[in-house]
Write a protein that binds this ligand. Structure first.
Ligand SMILES: [Zn+2]
Length: 325
């Protein structure tokens, strides 16, 4: 008798994550009809290689790069509607802050377990080959570092760090997790028992139990008692100046800009292709689906980012190596 099958197990420990399951399914190889797309993508990637091999180039990455690592995109075609907390809400509303930390306490663990994919490794390979001036990422998941990238600007911060807004002390997220566990004994187990939890790329998790959130205790700074904040740039908050300057420095040294896996929805990312175009530098965008920078692109490739980057790296690492010799 035919019973409905449960979704394939994600192979990851812990909570039932709808995001992980959906992404695993999406990442399975296409069964048919791929050949034609493949040829088009190949010829576009060759064009991209020609543009990018004129000199060293800067790279800007977004959430689309990490979907193959099981971290769902905010704005991809399958992403649920979300209303992320603004910086002003975080500062001004204690109940929203409590909700934020409760959800983050669930969500960050899944970012910690994620592993870099072929796309991250391809960018690290390009850097090692001397093909790029640097990497600007909008992702907070640190997977580029894990893959071996060295010169990286974490434009929107990093999930594994917490800062005190009063005294500026930085803590590891692990350290804060231990304290939150002490303040909230049994929270993780109760959240797990509460059912399926959606994960977002900013370590947010879709926990909506009023009981669980209402009873959550937020940890103050151990040094000064001040307010702690995950080291993310929130909506409504400015990217720190030194990160912006380092990013523009990478672009200034570059002869072109490659944007991968970003829909360029937020201005903090969109300003880089705009700046490149003003400086007369070509922009190549690889992203599944439309981006806000498509009209700026010298070449736009709508294809899977991991596979495209792997092919580009194989092609460009070789030509960068040839130039060096
Ligand atoms: Zn402090």
């Amino acid at each position: 008798m035919a019973e409905p099958q449960p979704p394939a197990a994600s192979g990851r420990p812990g909570l039932g994550l709808t995001g992980f399951v959906a992404d695993r399914a999406r990442n399975s190889p296409p069964a048919s009809g791929a050949q034609e797309l493949d040829q088009q993508a190949s010829s576009e990637l060759e064009q991209a290689a020609q543009i990018l091999s004129a000199g060293r180039f800067a790279v800007l990455t977004g959430a689309g790069l990490s979907t193959d690592s099981g971290i769902p995109d905010y704005r991809g075609p399958d992403a649920p509607q979300r209303n992320p907390l603004t910086y002003q809400q975080f500062l001004g509303d204690e109940s929203l802050r409590r909700r934020y930390w409760a959800r983050n306490q669930l969500g960050w663990r899944h970012l910690r377990r994620a592993q870099p994919n072929a796309g991250h490794r391809a960018i690290a390979e390009l850097e090692a080959a001397g093909a790029i001036t640097g990497l600007i990422t909008q992702n907070v998941d640190r997977l580029h570092k894990d893959a071996g990238s060295v010169n990286v600007v974490d434009l929107h911060g990093r999930f594994d760090r917490v800062v005190c807004l009063a005294c500026g002390t930085e803590f590891s997220r692990d350290q804060i997790a231990v304290r939150l566990d002490e303040f909230n004994p049994g929270f993780l187990a109760r959240a797990e028992a509460n059912g399926q939890i959606d994960l977002a790329p900013d370590a947010d998790a879709d926990l909506d139990s009023a009981e669980l959130i209402g009873s959550f205790t937020v940890a103050p700074c151990e040094v000064c008692g001040g307010m702690l904040k995950p080291d993310f740039v929130f909506f409504g908050e400015n990217v720190p100046k030194d990160r912006v300057e380092r990013s523009f420095g990478m672009l200034a040294e570059a002869s072109a800009l490659l944007v991968v896996g970003s829909s360029l929805t937020v201005m903090s990312g969109l300003r880089f292709p705009r700046h490149a175009v003003k400086a007369g530098k070509p922009v190549v965008i690889i992203n599944r689906g439309a981006t806000r920078g498509d009209d700026l692109a010298t070449l736009k490739i709508s294809a899977g980012v991991s596979e495209s980057l792997s092919r580009l790296a194989a092609r460009l690492s070789k030509s960068a190596g040839d130039q060096v010799q």
